[in-house]
Design a protein around this ligand. Structure first.
Ligand SMILES: [Zn+2]
Length: 278
């Protein structure tokens, strides 16, 4: 799934192509494309796109009148659409403009979870945004200390919980823990001030690195092509200390880490799941 850096740069690419153009129509292609009914998506017709940005992993397209919030989920993409075919492959919704290409939301796979929400003034009023924590790259050291202090979750789980801190997914959670030299299973509420400072620096550095990488790409690349030290690198040497990268595998994701860098050499096993699921 794209995380905050990919979505941020995706918005930058779309800004170049669509800001300033006048909207002439919005067409949902699937029944589940549109997640809200008021205001109507046509309320933006006749207005020019004023900005395209993001909130965490959501893209936002603002016109003078209303805005559209888009979630790409796992395989969604939002791309200029020259052809405007009647049944585009994986098509979810389409925005039409006075001249030049349309903007097409597609989703690969069979899940059909990507969608569009429409808002009047700010996406903050929408349910999926209202329940988000602050964007990970905007959190100060003091805020991060407060967030961690209030949550006795494992660090890797906390970083992935969008309601606590938004924008990081499985890949960046692995990379942030490794950069911070903290165990992914560390109890967040027990981190001390130097740990919090390392964690903050790691979030900023990991997001910055991914943003810089993404800006070099013509379009969003697959997760495994994105930069990193540990994610999806089980068995490879740690670029910091040369120990091998280890994993704790779950059904839906894998925690990757370096024992030498992060756990004082201790090999992690997840007793909470292995007891019940094996
Ligand atoms: Zn290492």
């Amino acid at each position: 799934m794209p995380e905050l850096p990919e979505v941020k740069v995706h918005a930058e690419r779309l800004t170049a192509d669509f800001v300033g153009r006048t909207l002439t129509g919005f067409r949902p292609i699937t029944f589940t494309a549109l997640k809200t009914f008021d205001p109507a998506p046509e309320a933006g017709v006749g207005a020019a796109v004023t900005s395209i940005g993001h909130r965490a992993k959501f893209l936002r397209i603002d016109t003078g009148d209303i805005g559209y919030l888009v979630h790409l989920m796992q395989g969604g993409r939002l791309k200029p659409d020259e052809k405007q075919s009647a049944k585009p492959r994986g098509g979810i919704a389409r925005w039409l403009f006075d001249d030049g290409p349309a903007l097409l939301l597609t989703e690969s796979g069979t899940e059909r979870k990507a969608g569009v929400w429409v808002y009047r003034d700010s996406p903050d009023e929408l349910e999926p945004v209202a329940r988000l924590g602050p964007d990970a790259d905007t959190v100060s050291i003091d805020e991060l200390a407060k967030i961690c202090g209030a949550n006795s979750k494992r660090l890797h789980g906390l970083l992935r919980t969008q309601a606590i801190i938004a924008g990081l997914g499985r890949r960046l959670s692995n990379e942030v823990c490794h950069r911070a030299k903290l165990s992914p299973f560390a109890n967040a509420s027990k981190l001390d001030r130097p740990d919090i400072e390392s964690l903050h620096a790691a979030i900023v550095a990991a997001v910055d690195e991914s943003v810089a990488f993404e800006r070099e790409q013509d379009e969003m690349v697959k997760s495994k092509e994105r930069p990193g030290n540990v994610h999806h690198r089980t068995g490879e040497p740690c670029p910091v200390c040369d120990d091998q990268i280890r994993e704790v595998a779950y059904n839906r994701y894998t925690v990757n880490y370096c024992a030498t860098c992060q756990t004082g050499g201790k090999v992690l096993a997840d007793n909470t799941t292995s007891k019940f699921l094996k």
